[in-house]
Design a protein around this ligand. Sequence first.
Ligand code: TRP
Ligand code: SF4
Length: 331
Amino acid sequence: MQKKGTILSGMRPTGALHLGNYFGALENWVRLQDEYNCFFFVADYHALTTGYDDTEYYKDNITNLLVDWLAAGLDPEKCTFFLQSSIKEHAELHLLFSMNLPLSWLYRCPTYKDQLNQLKEKNITTYGFLGYPCLMATDILMYKADYVPVGEDQLPHIEMTREIARRFNYLYNSEVFPEPQPLLTKAKVLPGLDGRKMSKSYNNTIALSDSPEVVRKKIMSMVTDPERIRKTDPGHPEVCSVFSYHKLFSEGQITEIEQDCRKGEIGCVACKKKLADSVAELMTPLYERRQEWLKHTDDIKDIITEGNKKARVIAEKTMDEVRKVMRIDWI
Ligand code: TRP
Ligand code: SF4
């Protein structure tokens, strides 16, 4: 099939993926792999920008991320997986971009200020962290990606990538780098178990690595409409997280659930049991594939080794072009 262009995206290996990540990104990637020439990579250098002092779980996190991808249905026959730190060209291009990247662009990036505020307990007033968007531009431009599927929070980085490409092309009177477009998906937003944003720091997640029993327990302990004491009390699904979950997991039964709740014809326990069944239908096969891949981590290393080879060929070619137009190809 004729592909619609090149896509590149990455995730930082910072721990178990949760259902919010699945609906927010991974499910979409699985769909894109058939239509585009896709590169998906583990952004382990990016993980170091904030986690440079704690690398104890660094390797496990990479393995777990890849297991999540494979279990979710990303197929290394269809797309290229690679590991950022295996392709040394990323370090070189990052260095070259840093020569002409104005500090003001980096300081005014909204994600920079946000993260400094949010991660107060860490010292990330570092050179590496300030350069986060430069490193991200390197990932994207190295493979001359047309589209970058990302969440809305990453848009300033894509915009800076476009500016970095433009500046490079202008300075060296070249057309080495095309300007990538963000690919914003109508991301399905799944709130956390307590109704807040699903996030590890709130301890309200369902991880893809949670066993079916754990998932069921977590669902059964979700808070529902506080005004419902007896089953016959009329409910308000719009304030209930269980109902937000049903919207994603029980599409076919959603009107029925809503009506039964409003009329007080279904109890919250029964409603949660229904949800647990729908969630299990999606997650159990994924969990089983996960367990299988965990027994075959050598195969995962082979997949990355193969992907790295493909990525490296492109990265080497881009760097040849870069050195040539910059005239740093003396020998
Ligand atoms: N910053 C991205 C995130 O946190 C991860 C990332 C690194 C990325 N390099 C990238 C995403 C290049 C897309 C393209 O989600
Ligand atoms: Fe929520 Fe379902 Fe209870 Fe209604 S019946 S309040 S949707 S758990």
